[in-house]
Design a binder for this molecule. Structure first.
Ligand code: NAP
Length: 246
């Protein structure tokens, strides 16, 4: 049974590692190719776009894929939509692995916004020293904010346009609470910007911001494709696949 995992997340890698241990499964993980040296999962790996929903549908047919697991990041909106279209068009069973959203707790000063443009618009009223953790592709949305200073953290170097006063920090999670606390203090950060990724690996920055009383601009997730079955974690995805095989 050939299983295709649309990856690019920690959960996708864990899922592939777990499924590849089953000799009855052929497991292929697909990566977009955005990261130069990605952490590779067990099983087969293919890298690069499929060429839209039609390209993905053709790939599913050509490689006789019996189950499609969309384990992409919650903000990989296009890929998830393409997966839903291709699965419907080919009759391939599809499950989306979606980690739950982060939830605020007492003491949090969160400012939910619908997208990166709204995050940029909210910033000047919240502080002048910004810790930006929305990934290198998101930095352009803040490029016009000349009066603010940015510490921009990403896995790969961001490309222009970016704000005039930007210090780039190239790091890949997971991050620790001690490390995040020290980072916020050392750079005298006044406001944090994050996407609601829901990832445990990047959640310590939220705790550190709460401890320091800092506001956090939280970019809400784009809508997931309608009618697609979801599981909140790797175990749920494994269960779904097991049920499919019986
Ligand atoms: P996106 O905007 O939803 O997708 C744009 C295009 O990239 C897709 O149409 C597809 O090209 C290709 N693509 C995306 N994911 C792919 C995959 N797993 N395998 C093959 N092709 C893929 O995606 P994105 O937001 O740029 O994210 C790209 C990758 O980075 C995803 O795998 C995602 O899981 C990971 N990631 C994203 C974020 C984020 O904040 N967006 C954060 C961490 C990791 P074709 O149409 O040609 O097939």
């Amino acid at each position: 049974m050939h299983v295709l995992i649309l990856g690019g997340t920690t959960e996708a890698r864990r899922l592939a590692d777990q499924l590849a241990a089953d000799p009855a499964l052929r497991v292929t993980s697909s990566l977009a190719g955005r990261v130069d040296r990605p952490r590779l999962p067990a099983g087969e790996v293919r890298i690069g776009g499929f060429g839209g929903p039609a390209g993905l549908a053709a790939w599913l047919r050509a490689h006789r894929v019996a189950a499609l697991l969309d384990a992409t990041h919650p903000f990989a909106e296009t890929m998830s939509r393409n997966a839903a279209l291709a699965a419907a068009g080919t009759g391939t069973p599809l499950l989306a692995l979606r980690r739950p959203s982060w939830q605020p707790v007492d003491g949090d000063r969160w400012h939910p916004v619908p997208d990166l443009a709204a995050a940029a618009a909210a910033l000047p009223a919240l502080g002048t020293r910004v810790f930006l953790t929305t990934g290198r592709q998101g930095i352009a949305a803040f490029a016009h904010l000349d009066g603010l200073w940015f510490l921009a953290r990403s896995v790969e170097p961001p490309t222009a346009p970016m704000p005039a006063a930007t210090e780039v920090l190239l790091e890949r999670g997971p991050f620790t609470l001690d490390g995040e606390r020290a980072l916020l203090r050392a750079h005298r950060v006044e406001v944090l910007v994050t996407k609601d990724s829901g990832s445990a690996a990047t959640a310590p920055k939220l705790t550190a911001a709460r401890e320091l009383g800092l506001p956090v601009v939280v970019v809400q997730r784009p809508p997931a494709p309608e009618g697609v079955r979801t599981a909140p974690d790797v175990a749920g995805a494994v269960d779904w696949l097991r049920a499919l095989r019986t």
